[in-house]
Design a protein around this ligand. Structure first.
Ligand SMILES: Nc1ncnc2c1ncn2[C@@H]1O[C@H](COP(=O)(O)OP(=O)(O)OP(=O)(O)O)[C@@H](O)[C@H]1O
Ligand SMILES: [Mg+2]
Length: 606
């Protein structure tokens, strides 16, 4: 059977790293420029100097104790064996003290590195979030949400684990190896060299096994990602799955991925499971070598029995870090690659918030000869010229993809135009600060966004200092006060994250109410009433008429009944204005608008 290729990128599943027994060997990613990433990571460490120094001191001290303790032990044994003079009790006391200090310094090392890693990660996480929130809309439009999420969660989490576990163990491992090797050579270089022979075996076995573990755990992570994806889609799209009777196929998919996951899981666990016993076996071979040759050397008077005992401890002490370093190395690489991805986001250009304040008087909006393309070479708006007189209502109509939402994106400066000008009361919005521009424009987007908070908070979202009266008035005008009253806790009802506890139309009404709370100079409604019944829509129209008396509004709608009474109706086609005028004028003209209207109202008198 051909190997099924996992198609879900594992990074996109939050919290997936560091899971399961093979996790220490999980996928190794490589940074493009590890040096630069390391330097920047070092800068983060630099801000926590005291803690870094404390941790280093603990590691160095602990390693020294670890290297020194066996030699005291060796002395004690020699005293017992009678091959050396001295008092046993103080020597045993010293040995106990050194071992105790060793444990205490390891405890400190753990405590400090836990704090250090959490502090570093806190800083990174917060920097990243405030960066994300300051990025231009374009960034989030062009990057997959999964990718952004995974930087926030996986990458940050990997760095945290690395700082708290891998770095200390790498550092103490290297120190231990050097210290142990030096002292072994000093005690008896012949025996030392003999016991190093097992090191070769250790390195070989580690290389062989960790390669396998890495391979299968990478597969496992990918299948796990795929499995999560299937579950996520099933849960999110449950109704669609059931409606099209895809239960069986979805289950089959799930089970086949689950099978693959099981196979990969078993292999990962087997290979990482045998690692311990094999290492033990090699270690025991080492002990045998030490015992046999040590015994021989001891009988011939080269070394004492105590030295043999010390050697046994040293041999164990230095094969452990070799094994560890092999594992930690992969983790370190992954963390550096993750850090690099974080830095890429941190280096993105912030949205430029500078500029003059907008001082709208009557809010006349004017687009003149605007050209715009999301991607170079694929123009979306061409020579777009439109005048919206103050206080008037302009409607944009046109086929799907004709560029209506784009006009709004440009007016809000979510994107900047390529050429031409957009002015509000004669002021060029390109020179205006985005904050002050957006303060004066309220927008109800095509896809309604409500936050998982109370109804009141969602409405207050539009204006910091909104009073309850304002909120209630806005709710009244947008015809949702009755519906809010019917909610179990009125204005204090919590909206579910997906807004599932209210209908789509009710969501839209709340979004409109929110825009009314903002009390803007300019109001933009992009398909804001598409899910609301026609009667409520008409009523909202009336209310809007009232509150929009002194304001300019731009309304986008597919349902032409919504915009009949607009002062100007602009018909767009492929980024260009093909017709404009009032409803009656356009009907008389019998052009595109007439055709659209006729198709929507086939059989009705106009
Ligand atoms: N963020 C984006 N990046 C690249 N291209 C985009 C982006 N948003 C829209 N487009 C493209 O720009 C064109 C106009 O899109 P726009 O969203 O303005 O259409 P629309 O008139 O609002 O359509 P609808 O009635 O479906 O809402 C489309 O061809 C679309 O593919
Ligand atoms: Mg649109």
């Amino acid at each position: 059977m051909p190997e099924q290729k996992p198609n879900v990128e594992m990074r996109s599943i939050p919290g997936m790293m560091n899971r399961g027994p093979g996790a220490r060997f999980a996928t190794v990613e490589h940074a493009e420029n590890a040096g630069a990433a390391l330097r920047r990571i070092a800068a983060y460490f630099g801000k926590e100097k005291a803690m870094v120094l404390g941790m280093l001191a603990a590691v160095v001290f602990g390693t020294l104790c670890g290297v020194y303790a066996p030699s005291v032990q060796s002395r004690a044994i020699d005293i017992i064996a009678g091959s050396r003079g001295g008092f046993l009790l103080p020597t045993v006391g010293l040995m106990a003290a050194v071992y105790l200090l060793y444990s205490v310094s390891q405890l400190f090392q753990g405590l400090i590195s836990a704090r250090l890693s959490q502090r570093l990660v806190k800083r990174m996480r917060e920097e990243l979030f405030s960066k994300l929130i300051d990025l231009p809309v374009k960034y989030l439009d062009t990057h997959s949400h999964g990718d952004v999420m995974s930087r926030m969660t996986n990458d940050v989490e990997n760095i945290s684990t690395t700082v708290s576990q891998s770095l200390p163990s790498l550092f103490s491992g290297v120190l231990t190896i050097f210290g142990t090797v030096a002292i072994m050579l000093w005690y008896c270089w012949q025996l030392a060299l003999l016991s190093f022979a097992t090191v070769l075996l250790t390195v070989l076995a580690t290389k062989l096994l960790s390669g396998r573990v890495r391979k299968y755990s990478r597969k496992r992570q990918a299948y796990l990602g795929q499995l999560n994806g299937t579950v996520e889609e099933m849960v999110a799209g449950y109704r669609t799955v059931v409606a099209y009777q895809h239960e069986d196929i979805t289950t089959e998919n799930f089970c086949s991925t689950s099978d693959e996951l099981t196979k990969a899981g078993i292999k990962t666990d087997i290979f990482s499971g045998v690692m311990g016993p094999i290492m033990n076996c090699i270690g025991n071979i080492g002990f045998v070598i030490i015992a046999a040759f040590g015994g021989y050397f001891s009988i011939n008077g080269f070394i004492s029995v105590g030295v043999i005992s010390a050697f046994i401890v040293y041999a164990k002490q230095f094969s452990r870090p070799i094994n560890e370093i092999a594992q930690v190395y992969g983790q370190l690489q992954t963390a550096i690659a993750g850090a690099e991805r974080l830095f890429i986001v941190l280096d993105e250009q912030d949205e430029d918030m500078s500029g003059e304040p907008l001082e709208p008087r009557r809010a006349a909006v004017e687009f003149s000869h605007v050209d715009f393309a999301y991607a170079p070479g694929r123009p979306v708006l061409r020579d777009f010229t439109l005048q919206v007189p103050p206080g008037k209502k302009v409607a944009l109509v046109g086929a799907t993809g004709s560029g209506k939402t784009t006009v709004v994106n440009l007016l809000m400066r979510f994107y900047d135009i390529d050429s031409g000008t957009i002015r509000i009361d004669g002021q060029d919005i390109q020179k205006m600060s985005r904050v002050s521009l957006r303060k004066n424009v309220a927008i109800v987007l095509q896809d309604t966004v409500l936050f998982s908070d109370t109804v009141r908070k969602n409405l207050e979202y539009a204006r910091d200092n909104a009073r309850m009266d304002d909120i209630e008035k806005a709710a009244e005008l947008s015809h949702c006060s009755e519906m809010i009253q019917k909610l179990p806790e009125g204005y204090d009802t919590l909206l579910a994250a997906s807004g599932a506890n209210i209908s789509q139309g009710q969501r839209q009404l709340l979004a409109i109410a929110r825009a009314f709370v903002a009390d803007p100079k300019i109001l933009i409604l992009d398909e804001a009433t598409s899910n609301v019944d026609t009667r409520t829509e008409k009523a909202i129209q009336g209310a809007m008429q009232k509150i929009m008396e002194d304001r300019t509004s731009i309304v986008i709608a597919h349902r032409l009944s919504t915009i009949r009474d607009a002062d100007i109706i602009v018909v767009m086609d492929r980024g260009e204005i093909v017709e404009s005028g009032s409803h009656d004028e356009l009907i008389k003209k019998r052009g595109k608008y007439y055709d659209l209207y006729k198709t929507q109202y086939a059989g009705f008198a106009t």
